[in-house]
Write a protein that binds this ligand. Structure first.
Ligand SMILES: Nc1ncnc2c1ncn2[C@@H]1O[C@H](COP(=O)(O)OP(=O)(O)O)[C@@H](O)[C@H]1O
Ligand SMILES: [Mg+2]
Length: 322
């Protein structure tokens, strides 16, 4: 049986609603789509759905669709028969099979390549699937939970996500807003994290708490976690936890990747301008996974102008970091 997941902390209306929905949907078998930015608690929510469901005695199996190349993700999900492809020396069950009787958590479903979206839709509709190279349909006795931080509607309009799959998934959606929209949760989260780390909660001075609440935390709770772990290294071990002792060790990711901007100021004007344009546009594009139309709209320029700038500045999609 699955271990009880960590508490889903938060006092904001948004988090209360998330917990309420989790309790409701747990009792049903519907596919659930969990949306929210990276580090906001999507996987934790998925674990709770499973834990509160009648499937809790059975496995919770997670796979991240963004973490593998297309061919590999397909065989990871569906498994394969002996001889299905070169190197398939024996049958291997996929994650759907491993999750039998339990829940199958498909993380980053927005990263699922289009051909696999078709296959997945079929599984959702018919509750059967075949291993790669297999002919016998097998029962998919799993509850599907999907998550994404991507803008699926935008992806549909860009032809990157299938509308039929979207409608199939979008029956029950749980939205987890970014932490910057619910700063009231931060003190509770911070105390929770500190207790996890120290086993106890020292007095925390107001300045420190206010500082933690003042950041946007683009990496959300995961980033808050990392920062609190780091500052605790500098906590003397007794007495209150004070901002003045730990200030230098709080390092949220800035909105602009600006750490090294000072070198811009040493360049001749034209070059500095050019360099700034490059960094700015690359940053905006990366934030939107290189979706140009959306990025152009956010930047307040025409998509055609953005595409010209990309060419002129020699910007290209860089290989993703692993
Ligand atoms: N509301 C919350 N209360 C407590 N911890 C949380 C909460 N939301 C997220 N976390 C923690 O933050 C980290 C990131 O959460 P995760 O579920 O992996 O995010 P996501 O899947 O959205 O990227 C995990 O360690 C998780 O336990
Ligand atoms: Mg995740």
């Amino acid at each position: 049986m699955m271990k009880r997941p960590l508490s889903l902390i938060g006092v904001s209306d948004a988090l209360r609603e998330v917990r309420r929905l989790i309790r409701r949907v747990a009792a049903f078998e519907n596919t659930v789509l969990i949306r929210g930015p990276s580090g906001s608690g999507k996987e934790l929510a998925a674990r709770w759905i499973h834990y509160l469901s009648r499937r809790r005695e059975n496995p919770f199996v997670a796979i991240n669709a963004g973490a593998f190349p297309e061919k590999l993700i397909e065989s990871e999900i569906f498994g394969y028969e002996k001889g299905a492809f070169t190197g398939a020396e024996s049958r291997k069950p996929g994650k759907i099979e491993t999750a039998e009787g339990g829940s199958f958590f498909l993380d980053e479903i927005g990263d699922l390549p289009l051909p696999l979206q078709v296959k997945l839709l079929r599984v959702l509709q018919e509750k059967t699937f075949e291993r790669l190279g297999g002919v016998t349909p097998l029962d998919a006795d799993v509850r599907f939970i999907a998550a994404t931080h991507r803008d699926l509607e935008e992806m549909i309009s860009e032809g990157l996500f299938r509308e039929d799959l979207y409608y199939r998934l979008n029956v029950i959606t749980i939205n987890i807003p970014p932490l910057k929209e619910r700063p009231e949760d931060i003190p509770y989260l911070a105390r929770f994290i500190i207790r996890q780390e120290l086993g106890t909660i020292p007095e925390i001075d107001e300045e420190l708490m206010a500082t933690l609440q003042s950041f946007e935390w683009h990496g959300n709770i995961r980033e808050l976690y990392n920062n609190i772990q780091r500052i605790l290294v500098f906590y003397p071990g007794e007495g209150p936890l004070r901002l003045k002792d730990v200030r230098d060790h709080i390092r949220p990711m800035g909105f602009l990747p600006g750490q090294r901007d000072s070198e811009l100021y040493t360049l001749p004007f034209k070059e500095a301008q050019q360099e700034f344009k490059k960094r700015y546009i690359r940053f905006r594009l990366e934030k939107n996974r290189w979706m140009q139309r959306k990025t152009a709209r956010e930047m307040g320029i025409q998509p055609s102008y953005l595409s010209r700038l990309i060419k002129e500045l020699g910007l290209g999609k860089k290989k993703e970091k692993p």
